[in-house]
Design a protein around this ligand. Structure first.
Ligand code: ADP
Length: 253
């Protein structure tokens, strides 16, 4: 049985008189891919930024790998990986130089090529960020979360705007990172992605968690209520056609 790596209890966040997060509680287990889903404004970013030590909470308790957010935020920072704002990607530096720069910020020695290999970008080591395709940019952004060899990484809509091949490639990469033992917290608006990737999902709406379960159990629960999808008339969809015609291989290498 795996252990709890993130524990959130009765978390509340108020912005003035508006309560964005309304006393939510949930646990993330070590080694899982945990999805936080919900419409815009649900409170996902607020929740994640509090756990990432980037935003103050109003009340509640957050433990990350046993460290209390109130007293051990510095220890939490050391074991988590967050995607850096692309505005920090100095345009004059290539990928190798950017990794060295970020490693310096974390006070870590990193072999940039080893890290780029993990995300299949070793060929681009001397390229600038702006010279990468959309999928490559996202892969680089994921690489930056791994610089401090974190126990947990946070991925914010990592496949938004990517083509179907690049999305599948990113899914493989994320699964691979999890297989190395890293816990992954991910937000996405793509339900197929959440279904493919996540072991468990919390669905947030208006500051509350309205359901938390595995994708499979969530679907079974809905079906048990008597829900029926409008009849599928075709055995494939347009995405199947696209992948069938263009193949699964990446195009932007
Ligand atoms: P999500 O990530 O699910 O889209 P957010 O956590 O960004 O949701 O926002 C939740 C709610 O809190 C929204 O109504 C948003 O407008 C509000 N909000 C977020 N950040 C601030 C802020 N700095 N000041 C005031 N309200 C905010």
């Amino acid at each position: 049985m795996s252990k709890v790596i993130i524990s959130v209890k009765d978390l509340v966040k108020k912005y003035g008189s508006f309560t964005a997060v309304k006393s939510i509680s949930f646990d993330v287990m070590e080694g899982e891919i945990f999805g936080l889903l919900g419409p815009n404004g649900a409170g996902k970013s607020t929740t994640l930024e509090i756990i990432e030590t980037l935003r103050d909470k109003t009340s509640g308790e957050v433990l990350v790998d046993g460290c209390n957010l109130d007293t051990e935020a510095a220890s939490i920072k050391k074991i988590i990986g967050v995607q850096l704002q692309t505005s920090g990607y100095y345009p004059g530096l290539n990928l190798t130089e950017l990794i060295k720069l970020f490693a310096g910020l974390y006070n870590r020695e990193v072999n940039p090529i080893d890290l780029l290999k993990k995300v299949n970008l070793e060929d681009k080591a001397k390229n600038k960020f702006k010279e990468l395709s959309g999928g490559q940019k996202q892969r680089f952004s994921i690489a930056t979360t791994l610089i401090n060899q974190p126990k947990i990484i946070f991925l914010d809509e990592p496949t938004t705007g990517l083509d179907p091949q690049a999305r599948r490639n990113l899914w493989d990469l994320i699964k691979n990172i999890r297989e190395q033992g890293t816990t992954v917290i991910i937000t996405t608006h793509y339900m197929d992605e959440a279904e493919q990737l996540c072991d468990r999902i919390a669905i947030m709406d208006q500051g509350k968690i309205i359901q938390l379960d595995s994708p499979e159990n969530m679907i079974d629960k809905l079906v048990a209520t008597g829900f029926e999808r409008p009849k599928q008339v075709k055995a494939a969809n347009l995405e199947d056609v696209f992948i069938h015609l263009t193949g699964r291989e990446m195009r932007d290498e």
